[in-house]
Design a protein around this ligand. Structure first.
Ligand code: HEC
Ligand code: HEC
Ligand code: HEC
Length: 446
């Protein structure tokens, strides 16, 4: 509001030399006030405009839109359902609308919600809002975010929806104890002995980027079992909502050990590289967040990730491509149920050599997701296909089709077991019961 008043003040000063009476000046000011969107008002002062723009960038880094903008909904008006261990909850309206959004939040209220998970009226937020990660965000960035949400976002009147959690589980006070146990309230502090890029990357990955909220395994109380690289489970891969978020440590098969710094930057910028493509819940991270990172921040993120020592490996030797056995099965698919399905439904895109046409069509040979212990992502992507990856406004031309209505559970288990054994991938077979389970849970979620 302060910025808007300043804007009006500037308009008034500009109008003063005219002959207008005080009364008409006041109405002129009022008209200017009403006609201006908050963003325009903020634009009147270059300093504030810079702050709002910086906040807009940080909101992309934090991927606030992924949760606070529902499909086909107005930006940041909330309403997206999220599944938690207690039941379904809905994201809230964080537009500056005074009645239904956060228009009444002071800067201090906003920063407390962001970093400590407490709403203005004092109620605790469920940690589905990733405040345990956002706790690391420094004051300057938190203030820029506030400036953006107050002056760069259009207010939307849309009431919040109550969580579908029944009494007594819906009581929020136990979250205070959860916070005592699991919330580290200190903002990120640079680690001595590490260079500026490493520290910037650590700050972004652990903090606003909240990569660990999907990629770090969770403990019994749904807490992330490590919040930085001091814990070996940090970013070592985790199952959430039917997708296995890959191992991002230096592990050489299922992790990023075989990826160069450039491979990693290409993936985060474009959603695909010579090893793999983005799919599942990573698609929206690329669409809304990482493709917008500045070159410097992208480099920082990959410097930090590439420094993580290998974790959660199986002890298998580093992957080496070998197509011989697979070539034989594909030449005589009669004896191999998986090879038959692959030949009929997958080969024309992913290739007999398993290389696909990377980065357009994902390779399956040596792909870290194919080599991961947990096959959930592979089953899910084969059943349900992929949502559109949109880079620079252009949707990907050949998305992975959904096979849920084309192949039965046994065929999917067969083809994925074939893919996991193929080209020397050496990953364990997929059981038909694993496919049935994911088919049921992903259908229920739709
Ligand atoms: C992974 C999903 C997710 C992301 C990402 C996320 N939020 Fe939230 N946020 C939520 C949920 C869910 C709630 C409501 C929780 C509840 O009702 O207990 C919430 C609540 C809030 C609130 C409290 C407002 C209220 O009335 O409930 C604020 C403020 C907020 N988020 C700001 C942000 C900002 C700023 C960002 C980006 C930096 C962000 N959120 C990113 C899920 C998310
Ligand atoms: C909403 C959940 C979610 C969040 C948040 C998330 N990821 Fe992911 N990520 C996934 C899933 C699921 C996959 C596996 C599918 C794929 O490869 O795209 C994945 C895959 C990846 C991969 C590819 C790894 C491989 O072996 O193919 C990289 C790299 C990655 N994520 C980096 C990041 C970074 C960096 C962040 C934080 C800025 C992040 N992710 C945040 C869910 C998430
Ligand atoms: C029309 C071409 C096409 C066909 C047919 C196809 N896929 Fe895909 N597949 C893709 C594309 C493209 C991706 C990359 C994700 C994306 O951008 O949608 C992909 C991704 C995948 C992935 C995830 C790997 C990664 O890193 O992205 C797996 C696993 C997979 N496909 C398995 C299969 C199986 C099994 C079949 C046959 C039952 C099959 N695909 C048929 C195009 C295809």
């Amino acid at each position: 509001m302060k910025t808007s008043l300043k804007g009006v003040g500037a308009a008034l000063r500009g109008a003063l030399p005219s002959v207008a009476s005080v009364a008409s000046l006041a109405s002129l000011a009022l008209a200017a006030w009403v006609a201006q969107t908050p963003a325009q008002a903020a634009a009147n002062s270059p300093a504030d405009q810079t702050l709002v723009q910086r906040g807009a960038y940080l909101a992309q880094v934090g991927d606030c839109a992924a949760c606070h903008t529902a499909p086909k909904g107005k930006p940041f008006a909330g309403g997206l359902p999220m599944t938690t261990p207690l039941g379904r909850i809905y994201t809230t309206n964080i537009t500056p609308d005074a009645q239904t959004g956060i228009g009444g939040y002071t800067e201090a209220d906003f920063i407390r919600a962001l970093r400590e998970g407490v709403a203005k009226d004092g109620h605790n937020l469920y940690p589905a809002m990733p405040y345990p990660s956002y706790a690391k965000v420094n004051d300057a960035d938190a203030k820029a975010l506030y400036a953006f949400f107050m002056h760069g976002v259009a207010p939307v009147q849309q009431a919040n929806r109550e969580p579908d959690i029944k009494w007594p589980m819906n009581m929020r006070w136990p979250l205070k104890f959860w916070n005592l146990a699991f919330l580290d309230k200190s903002t990120y502090r640079d680690k001595p002995g590490k260079d500026a890029a490493w520290n910037r990357g650590a700050y972004l990955v652990q903090g606003l980027g909240h990569c660990g909220s999907c990629h770090t395994p969770r403990g019994v109380a749904f807490q992330e079992s490590a919040l930085d690289e001091s814990g070996s489970a940090f970013l070592s891969g985790a199952l959430l909502d039917g997708w296995f978020a890959s191992n991002l440590t230096g592990e050489h098969n299922a992790g990023l050990g075989r990826w160069s710094d450039e491979d990693l930057r290409t993936f985060l910028k474009t959603g695909a590289n010579r090893h793999a493509s983005a799919f599942g819940s990573m698609t929206s991270v690329i669409n809304n967040s990482t493709q917008n990172l500045s070159e410097a921040d992208l480099a920082a993120v990959s410097t930090y990730l590439k420094s993580l020592p290998p974790a959660a490996g199986t002890g298998a030797p580093p992957y080496a491509y070998d197509p011989r056995t697979t070539k034989v099965s594909l030449e005589r698919p009669a004896n191999d149920a998986g090879a038959r399905v692959y030949t009929a439904y997958c080969l024309h895109c992913h290739g007999a050599d398993g290389h696909g046409f990377a980065p357009m069509l994902a390779p399956l040979a040596g792909n870290p997701n194919v080599l991961a212990k947990d096959p959930s992502s592979l089953i899910n992507v084969t059943l349900n296909g992929t949502g559109d990856l949109v880079i620079d406004g252009v949707p990907s031309p050949f998305p992975m089709p959904a096979f849920a209505t084309v192949l039965d559970d046994q065929q999917i288990a067969d083809v994925l077991s074939f893919v996991r054994a193929g080209w020397n991938n050496g990953a364990p077979a997929v059981g038909v019961e694993q496919v049935s389970k994911l088919r049921k849970s992903t259908q229920a979620a739709q």
